[in-house]
Design a protein around this ligand. Structure first.
Ligand code: HEC
Length: 195
């Protein structure tokens, strides 16, 4: 019996304190957000990107990067997406990568993922999507480039330019492959040119 009374006492106490808490918190200013945990998470001194900023002439925090800015890890490829750019890349753009077995193997994997659906596993222009009706690219070893010359003679610069910008039915791979990855693929395409 004694234990029972104690239990009710405890329950009563809990109920009373919950009620007291509700009363105390509800009496507070209605516009208050209550207590903040780690307030400097909400009120940091750094500017938010979409915040007004008088330090800049246009009053915005998010500034457009200066012209010519390139992402970290990327290198500049100063050849425009034009026939002239393709031709000058052919003469002056050469792979900065040493040919190692490791980079060749990585180029193979990248090629098989990104290029083989159209160009085929051995570069003959007989990939899976071609089998379903997509326009066939010319074979790397036996075909002719639509921009003149044999595919087997395509240079470092021409292949890199094509991966970067695409050509006709082939899209650009600049957003999928970093410059280093592109050069690895170029090395693998050179291998396919000999098949
Ligand atoms: C969606 C299909 C498709 C994919 C994927 C594709 N290509 Fe192509 N590629 C083509 C077609 C089609 C052509 C022929 C375009 C033309 O000359 O009209 C072509 C042409 C080329 C050429 C010849 C360019 C020239 O100067 O004549 C090269 C080199 C090439 N591709 C490399 C690649 C590489 C490397 C990849 C992977 C990163 C790739 N392609 C992915 C469809 C594709």
């Amino acid at each position: 019996m004694l234990a029972m009374t104690n239990k009710f006492k405890v329950l009563g106490l809990i109920a009373a304190s919950v009620a007291a808490t509700v009363l105390v918190t509800s009496c507070k200013d209605k516009r208050s957000t209550g207590w903040e945990y780690a307030p400097n998470m909400y009120r940091h001194i750094a500017y938010d990107p979409d915040q007004k900023n008088n330090n800049f002439a246009d009053g915005k925090t998010a500034q457009v990067p200066p012209k010519g800015t390139i992402p970290v890890g990327f290198t500049r490829f100063n050849y425009p997406n034009t026939r002239g750019g393709y031709d000058s890349a052919s003469v002056t753009a050469t792979s900065p990568l040493p040919t190692t077995k490791k980079s060749f193997e990585e180029g193979k994997v990248l090629y098989e993922h990104f290029c083989s659906p159209c160009h085929g596993m051995t570069g003959q222009g007989d990939g899976l999507v071609v089998a379903h009706g997509y326009p066939a690219p010319p074979s790397y070893s036996k075909g002719q480039s639509s921009r003149g010359g044999a595919m087997k003679d395509l240079t470092d610069g021409k292949i890199y330019h094509t991966i970067t910008y695409g050509v006709n039915a082939m899209g650009s791979y600049a957003s999928q492959l970093s410059p280093v990855e592109r050069w690895k693929v170029v090395a693998y395409v050179h291998h396919l040119q000999t098949l």
